[in-house]
Design a protein around this ligand. Structure first.
Ligand code: KG4
Ligand code: ZN
Length: 341
């Protein structure tokens, strides 16, 4: 009898997280991630150090993923791996490793776009009550390197309707945190302090860009001047106002993100909205997106925390859909630091 189950090993190493997952069809059997702590003290990811840590982590992370899934290498049907976008050295570690595994096991290699992975994480079926968005749906993808409004018409059909013309919203979080003296990545810390703060205490500037595009570079600069000016007057300004600064700044970023999103929903009439990427872990963004259900009479899809920030499970689900369509990659495939959807 034919084996109907497809076992996909997925590898993600595009930035500073080394992750391996095993999927059986669209369910996750294991999803193991080694986070690199080394970048904290530098206030951002140091590419050379990230590649070296991936080299150290990749074998133990794979072994753990196999152990948790209770699967042997011989049972795998395909190896899915992030091809881009991301850091060249980091991508090279995962891609070279995936190529050698696919070659040694004589199974297909499936190259995956990391940003497609963030979106398709919504199609991982971890429990029987899980609901997937229905096509066509919109996704606000918000990560450390990207901010995109995407229309998805099929598992592998994406159309970008808006994106940032400069910094990503994740960078706007992380750089502001650095200005406040917080370690990298600062997004989760701003989220934490904002919970105790007054979001209407301080106001920040907005950059106007045409269409459904975004710009966060000016907001980040205005934040820098805001802190510098206030610290000049009161050296303890940050310490005394940390919660209110975080709450006000976070509120501003979310307002900017949701303004275009709401306009796009009204314009397209699309009733299903998902969020994806590291910043979709933000508690206030999750709350405000959920509130759009009643405000706009739509249905929203908010990922589980483990599928917000970088993880191999999202690469696995994308690899699974590509596997079904026999979209395999040759062993001559190379990493792409920039890659369109
Ligand atoms: O998707 P991701 O893990 O990596 C990229 O593909 O870039 O996103 C990382 C970004 C970082 O900027 C991090 O600060 C942000 O996601 N992030 C958050 C939160 N958790 C992670 N930003 C705001 N609030 C959070 N709770
Ligand atoms: Zn990511």
């Amino acid at each position: 009898m034919q084996n109907l189950n497809t076992y996909v090993l997925a590898i993600e190493s595009s930035c500073d997280d080394t992750s391996c997952a095993i999927l059986c069809n669209n369910t996750v059997l294991s999803n193991i991630t080694a986070n690199q702590k080394i970048h904290e003290k530098y206030g951002g990811v140091v590419p050379e150090l990230a590649s070296r840590d991936h080299q150290k982590n990749i074998v133990p992370v794979l072994q753990e993923a196999l152990k948790v899934a209770n699967i042997t290498l011989e049972q795998l049907n395909a190896v899915a791996v992030t091809v881009g976008p991301g850091l060249m050295g980091s991508l090279l570690v995962g891609l070279s490793f995936a190529k050698s595994l696919a070659l040694a096991l004589n199974i297909p290699l499936v190259g995956v776009n990391h940003m497609q992975g963030h979106i398709l994480a919504h199609f991982i079926i971890d429990d029987k009550d899980h609901e997937c968005p229905q096509f066509p749906f919109l996704c606000l993808t918000v990560s450390g390197g990207h901010t995109q409004l995407v229309k998805i018409t099929d598992h592998l059909c994406f159309e970008i309707l808006g994106s940032t013309i400069d910094d990503a919203v994740g960078e706007a979080f992380d750089k502001a945190a650095k200005i406040l003296g917080l370690p990298y990545p600062g997004g989760p810390l701003i989220d934490k302090y904002a919970k105790e703060g007054d979001r209407s205490k301080f106001k920040f500037s907005t950059s106007h860009v045409p269409g459904y595009n975004y710009s966060f570079s000016g907001i980040k600069t205005s934040f820098l001047y805001f802190v510098q000016n206030n610290v000049q007057k009161n050296p303890d300004f940050v310490k005394e106002n940390l919660n209110d600064i975080c709450a006000s700044y976070q509120h501003h970023l979310i307002e900017v993100l949701l303004k275009n999103t709401k306009n796009l929903i009204k314009e397209t009439g699309i009733k299903h909205l998902a969020i994806a990427g590291g910043v979709s872990a933000n508690s206030e963004l999750r709350k405000q997106v959920k509130a759009l259900e009643t405000e706009l009479n739509i249905k929203t899809f908010i990922p589980k925390f483990e599928y917000c920030t970088d993880n191999a499970a999202m690469i696995g689900i994308t690899g699974y859909y590509k596997f079904l369509k026999k979209e395999f990659s040759g062993l001559d495939i190379i990493p792409q630091t920039r890659m369109s959807l």
